[in-house]
Structures are given as structure tokens and as C-alpha cells.
Ligand binder design. Structure first.
Ligand code: ADP
Ligand code: MG
Length: 485
């Protein structure tokens, strides 16, 4: 009686509208609204009232076990437009499903696949990095990245399945990054995921890459059995392509929603790291190199300044609940970032201090090595270079810290999660942790392995979507500029 998703086979053409408009109605008995319920009668928007709380085992619910082994409950509901009691189907609790999701990530320069159960238990997490390939060019070359994904996607997924100890038949859903990212790179993962989901007759789930980064932290907190952080959370997602602040909330049904309350107006923080490392003749990607070298210099040697960013109108629906909060004094309530200025300031410093010949010598010396590492560069950097690196990092981390805490105060966040490649930075972790402790605010970071791109985070972010039956269909396309919130 149900389709492959297990949510509904009585779908009508307007089911999406129906589901979107399903909302809690006032009065009556216990009301639980499931976004995965659709009215079989309607063409217009409908509201649903579940007559009893089915999860509490009330009399209007019953459990069926269908042939595919996925338990479902049929639920008696009343559609407000038709005032009748048809049967709707919804997937029952997480415990009654396999919960195994294959995550696929190919948004930039890493082909990754992972098998994760119920957004928590990671059975495999395989990654084919293209860093060595792109290092020759000092940045990701999109066309090369797409071709490399094509080469890697089949063996990476195969390895992830093998390492997990399960077979493809055990999977309950396939999750794939739909954006943001490089169009050609995303396309490889999406096309493969679609074909796999179709072949296995299981649901496909599209995941926003940035949401994945946030869920890397939440997944690891569950693994540690940490007490759940209170909501809303302020999420700082800071990587090579992104610098965003999100206010993250979860509905009673478990679905996550995000408000983008701050973002970079030009370069991302990781991009600034990469560009400054390149200017100074260091390796790619620049973050780990600067991280390793900055601690050897004087962070106050060069006083970098961040210019005020013009406050932008907040998006509709975003209000500042905490009106008495103090905002960065120069910019009013703007939680945006700008990192292109500091990159130019470093370039000017290099020019005015005649550092070019030393940089060329360092670049040439590192090029002689087969696999140069940050430790190799330490001996090739004079005190002036180390001071410049330390000052750059001190300023960037300070800016991230100020904006993140100002936003968390302004929006009344109850905790902070930091994620993305730059979250691996030691100084960032230390300073944000110290400030959070000072304010008595919980803060969480991903492990180093899950800071940068990976597929476990995609499978983890897909879990609440699976429970809410938020599935993609054949129309899923790569969306390079996909926004979150
Ligand atoms: P994206 O998804 O945007 O490509 P990732 O999440 O993979 O980015 O992160 C890569 C970025 O993180 C690069 O810009 C890299 O320089 C930066 N990065 C990695 N490790 C560190 C570190 N220890 N300190 C600062 N930046 C880092
Ligand atoms: Mg990333």
C-alpha cells in the first residue's frame, strides 16, 4: 500500500503543498502533525489533525509490517477540508527501521562516501582527497576536480560499503550533497546517488553541504553521549568556500531549520588563509601551514584592522530577540565578515618590507622537496615572516570570535557549534573555547577528521530528513549557489 519511501502511496499532484501547509490546529484531542502525511482527496492545501497521539499507542493507530520489512503505522486523521477519516501512512519510530544511510559528498575537491546509522554510528567514512592534484595550481581547478570525482566515485562508494560490513541491500536511503559547491563536481555525486537510489528502490535525500558541516558536530556530540545542547544554537561554519553564521533550531517533529544571520561579503576565512599562505610561498591548502607556523611568531607585531561592514537589511523573518545585546560598536547589528582586505594588507606589507626575494627562495626550497610539510617551512621562515603569519591569524580569529559571540548574544543562542575546515585551527579553538567558558556558554567543535569535507556529516544531516520523509525526487539537480536559511 505504500511507495518506496514508505510515506504515502496515495500521493496526489498537490501533495507537496498539502504537506507544507500541514500545521498544528488548535483545540481538540492531542494533536500531532506529521509533514509526511498527505490528503488523498485534495488538490488544494489541507490541514491535518491526527486524532490521537499515535506514538503513545492510542486506539486510532495500528502497526503494520510490510513486505520490505519497514514497519509503518496507519494513522487515522481528519482532513479539515473534507472532514472525513481516511487512512494515512507514516513511517514509525527510528528504532523500527535499519537507519542505515549511505552519504555521498563531492562538492569540491574530496570524493567521499560513508555509511552511518541513525545519524550517529559511523560504520565507514572513506575519502579520496584531490589536494595533491590541485596543490600544483595553488587552488582547486574545477574541471580537474570533476574528472577526478568521476574516477573516484565508484571505488570510494564500494570501499565505504565494504568497510561498513553491510551490503547495498541493507541501506535505507542514499544522501547526497546537492550544493553549494562546484557544478561539475556536485553533478558526479548526484548522478551516481540518483542511479543507486533508483536501482535499490530506496529514497534519495538531498543535503546542503553547510548543513552537513553543522551535523558533523552534532553527530560527534551524540557519539560522546554529551547532554544535548539547548536550542537555538549559533553555528559558525568557516571553511575554504564559506564563512557563515546560522541560528539553528529544531521543530518538535525533529526537522532542523536555519537562519543565516551573518556571512562573508567577499572572501571566506579559509580562502584568506590559502591566499596568504600562497603569497608567502607556503604550501596548499594554506590553513594547516599558517596554523603550524603562527605559534612561532608575535601576534601583535603587525596591527591588522578589520574595517566596518555596512549593516545589511536582515532577511524577512529574522528578528533580534535580544534587543539589549551589545553589538560590534562600529557596525550596528551586522554580523557579516570581510576577509579580502586583510589579504591585500598582507600583500602591501610584503611589498613595503621587501620580503619578495626571501619568499621566492622559500618557494624554490619547498619545491625541491617531494612532500613538503609545514615543519619543513619553519626553518625557511625568518622572524619577520613568522610575526606576519602570527598577526594575520590573530586578527582573523579575533574577527570570527567577535562576530560569533556578538551574534549569539543578539539572537539569544544557548550554545555555539563551530565547523568547517578552519574549525581545525588550534588558535581558533582555544580562543573560542576560552570566551565561551567565560560566558558560561556551551561550545562544540568537530574532531579534526570531521572538520573538513567528509560524507559522514552528509549521512548524519540526512537522518532527521529521513524521519520526516523529506525526500528528493528525479528532479534533484546540482545547485552551486544553494543557500541554507
Ligand atoms: P570547503 O568545503 O569550503 O572546500 P573545507 O571544509 O574542506 O572547505 O576546508 C578547507 C579549508 O579549511 C581550506 O581553506 C583550509 O586552508 C582550511 N583549513 C584547514 N585546516 C586549517 C587550519 N588548521 N587552520 C586554518 N584553516 C584551515
Ligand atoms: Mg566544506
Amino acid at each position: 500500500m505504500t511507495d518506496k519511501s514508505g510515506c504515502d502511496e496515495k500521493k496526489v499532484e498537490d501533495d507537496a503543498t498539502c504537506a507544507r501547509n500541514a500545521e498544528k490546529m488548535s483545540g481538540g484531542p492531542t494533536v500531532t502533525v506529521y509533514p509526511s502525511l498527505w490528503c488523498p482527496e485534495g488538490k488544494a492545501a489541507h490541514r491535518f489533525r491526527v486524532r490521537d497521539d499515535v506514538s503513545a499507542g492510542a486506539k486510532h493507530a495500528e502497526t503494520e509490517n510490510s513486505t520490505d520489512g519497514i514497519a509503518r503505522q496507519s494513522v487515522q486523521c481528519r482532513c479539515s477540508s473534507h472532514n472525513q477519516v481516511p487512512r494515512y501512512y507514516r513511517k514509525v519510530s527510528a528504532a523500527q527501521t535499519s537507519g542505515l544511510i549511505l552519504g555521498i559528498e563531492s562538492s569540491c575537491d574530496e570524493t567521499a562516501a560513508a555509511v552511518v546509522r541513525a545519524g550517529q554510528q559511523v560504520y565507514s567514512n572513506v575519502l579520496a582527497s584531490q589536494i595533491a592534484l590541485h596543490a600544483n595550481y595553488g587552488g582547486v581547478v574545477p574541471e580537474l576536480a570533476s574528472r577526478e570525482h568521476l574516477r573516484n566515485i565508484v571505488p570510494v562508494v564500494r570501499q565505504a560499503i565494504e568497510q561498513s560490513g553491510f551490503t547495498l541491500r541493507d541501506l535505507q536511503a542514499i544522501a547526497v550533497t546537492e550544493g553549494p559547491g562546484l557544478a561539475g563536481a556536485l553533478l558526479v555525486g548526484i548522478t551516481y546517488a540518483k542511479a543507486l537510489a533508483f536501482g535499490l528502490n530506496i529514497p534519495l535525500i538531498g543535503v546542503n553541504h553547510l548543513e552537513g558541516h553543522i551535523h558533523a558536530v552534532l553527530m560527534e556530540a551524540r557519539q560522546r553521549a554529551d547532554a544535548p545542547m539547548e536550542l537555538p544554537l549559533l553555528a559558525l561554519v568557516v571553511s575554504g568556500g564559506h564563512t557563515h553564521l546560522y541560528l539553528a533550531k529544531q521543530s518538535r517533529q525533529g526537522a532542523w531549520s536555519y537562519q543565516n544571520v551573518g556571512r562573508t561579503v567577499d572572501d571566506a576565512a579559509g580562502e584568506a588563509y590559502d591566499k596568504v599562505a600562497k603569497l608567502l610561498g607556503l604550501g596548499y591548502p594554506g590553513g594547516p601551514w599558517i596554523d603550524a607556523l603562527a605559534s612561532r611568531g608575535n601576534p601583535r607585531a603587525v596591527p591588522f584592522q578589520f574595517n566596518p561592514i555596512k549593516p545589511r537589511a536582515h532577511r524577512p523573518g529574522i528578528s533580534l530577540p535580544n534587543k539589549k545585546a551589545s553589538y560590534p560598536e562600529h557596525s550596528g547589528p551586522s554580523f557579516d565578515f570581510s576577509f579580502s582586505g586583510i589579504k591585500t594588507a598582507v600583500l602591501r606589507y610584503i611589498e613595503t618590507h621587501a620580503m619578495k626575494p626571501a619568499i621566492d627562495r622559500r618557494r624554490a626550497a619547498l619545491a625541491e622537496l617531494s612532500d613538503p610539510k609545514p615543519a619543513d617551512a619553519a626553518a625557511l621562515c625568518d622572524a619577520e615572516t613568522l610575526d606576519l603569519l602570527a598577526s594575520f591569524q590573530y586578527a582573523v580569529v579575533g574577527n570570527l570570535e567577535r562576530q560569533a559571540f556578538a551574534a549569539s548574544e543578539a539572537f539569544g543562542a544557548r550554545g555555539i557549534v563551530v565547523s568547517g575546515g578552519v574549525a581545525a585551527n588550534r588558535e581558533l579553538r582555544q580562543r573560542l573555547q576560552a570566551e565561551a567558558d567565560r560566558r558560561g556558554l556551551p561550545i562544540a567543535f568537530p574532531s579534526l577528521a570531521l572538520s573538513t569535507d567528509n560524507a559522514a556529516m552528509i549521512a548524519a544531516a540526512a537522518w532527521p530528513k529521513l524521519l520526516a520523509c523529506q525526500f528528493a525526487d528525479d528532479s534533484l539537480v546540482a545547485t552551486p549557489q544553494l543557500r541554507l536559511g
